[in-house]
Design a protein around this ligand. Structure first.
Ligand code: HEC
Ligand code: HEC
Ligand code: HEC
Ligand code: HEC
Ligand code: HEC
Length: 221
């Protein structure tokens, strides 16, 4: 802080010669600098509370262990609805007893399998209650790859920390990785504008979505 004070003193000395412009600009620059730090570094840290998943889960190990790939756990029911995150019954055949010695598996078997208790997974992509979303329309009809919306969770060895927006209560995967709203990947954010953007592009090829794309009831319950 000394150098900063010295700078201020220097500038104040300069002021007697040069008028009031110097310190005002200096304070403006310091102010701008501090607000940038607030906006880019401190604010996002305060805005999101971090929560760990109840247990870690390794997709790579499991994609090898199961027979039907992703669909062994994330499947479509006969009525076309999507099962989403797996329930305990999809795990018990293999985890009645622990297969290995990892702490996460032991915790899983002792605290959930043995007590017949569902794991309270935190869902990164969970939308607000007012939003209607259908996996069948996107995955089966439009043949969109999981990673376009979710990123590479399905090929990961660890589950990332879940970050919840303290103001809206929504996951950071919905609200956006970048505070300025810059998107590097399609899966960095899944807000209303992002859904609408793809619908608009898809509508150019196919009028099914185009004709209804602006109707609020398409995506809202
Ligand atoms: C053995 C079961 C199993 C298999 C096989 C499996 N997953 Fe998962 N998957 C899980 C579990 C458990 C979670 C819960 C973690 C969580 O809350 O996100 C999960 C979470 C996910 C999520 C995050 C959902 C969210 O928003 O929270 C995605 C995306 C996903 N899986 C994609 C895939 C893909 C793609 C494949 C195939 C390459 C796959 N999974 C194979 C069990 C499985
Ligand atoms: C087809 C059999 C199979 C199914 C189904 C299965 N697992 Fe596993 N699981 C394994 C194997 C094999 C390992 C590796 C054990 C080792 O060598 O440590 C493992 C490891 C684990 C581990 C410890 C490693 C890690 O961090 O992921 C956890 C936790 C786990 N499984 C949870 C689950 C959950 C939750 C489900 C249901 C959604 C599930 N498993 C379904 C076979 C299975
Ligand atoms: C067009 C974008 C998109 C595609 C493609 C997509 N998802 Fe999703 N997924 C979402 C959205 C949005 C949600 C949240 C839905 C909600 O909150 O009602 C979600 C939720 C999920 C969940 C959590 C569901 C729950 O609440 O239990 C899992 C697991 C998941 N998706 C896996 C997959 C897998 C596996 C694939 C590929 C087969 C896939 N998704 C393809 C956008 C997509
Ligand atoms: C990567 C492109 C893409 C993204 C991202 C996307 N959609 Fe779609 N969506 C489509 C396409 C293509 C269809 C048309 C499928 C068809 O009917 O052939 C569609 C259809 C729909 C439908 C109509 C389903 C039906 O039963 O007719 C709803 C609702 C919908 N999307 C909601 C959403 C929401 C909510 C989001 C954001 C969370 C979203 N979509 C993100 C491409 C996308
Ligand atoms: C392509 C799908 C789509 C369409 C069409 C759409 N919305 Fe949304 N809307 C969403 C999604 C996804 C969210 C949640 C994420 C967010 O806040 O951006 C949302 C959030 C909202 C919210 C905030 C609610 C909350 O709980 O945070 C309002 C209000 C809203 N939409 C109004 C509208 C109105 C009015 C229209 C028609 C002019 C409309 N939406 C059309 C997808 C859509």
């Amino acid at each position: 802080m000394n150098t900063l004070d010295d700078n201020v003193k220097d500038t104040l000395n300069g002021e007697q010669k040069n008028g009031a412009g110097g310190p005002i600009i200096l304070f403006f620059v310091i102010g701008l600098f501090l607000s940038l730090i607030m906006g880019w570094i401190i604010f996002p840290k305060l805005l999101y509370s971090k929560k760990k998943q109840p247990i870690d889960f390794n997709h790579v190990v499991h994609n090898d262990a199961v027979d039907e790939g992703c669909e062994s756990c994330h499947f479509f029911r006969d009525d076309g609805s999507f099962a989403g995150v797996p329930r305990l019954e999809q795990c018990v055949d293999c985890h009645e007893e622990a297969q290995g010695e990892t702490a996460d598996e032991i915790k899983f078997v002792e605290e959930y399998v043995a007590k017949d208790k569902e794991v309270p997974w935190l869902i990164y992509s969970r939308q607000p209650d007012c939003v209607f979303f259908s996996h069948a329309a996107h995955v089966i009809k439009a043949e969109i790859n999981c990673a376009v919306c979710h990123g590479h969770i399905g090929e990961s060895e660890h589950l990332k920390v879940y970050e919840q927006n303290r103001i809206t209560g929504v996951s950071r995967d919905i609200w956006g990785r970048n505070i300025a709203g810059i998107k590097k990947n399609t899966w960095d954010r899944m807000k209303m504008d992002d859904c609408a953007k793809c619908h608009k592009e898809a509508g150019k090829k196919e009028d099914s979505v185009q004709t209804r794309k602006d109707a609020c009831f398409v995506c809202h319950k």
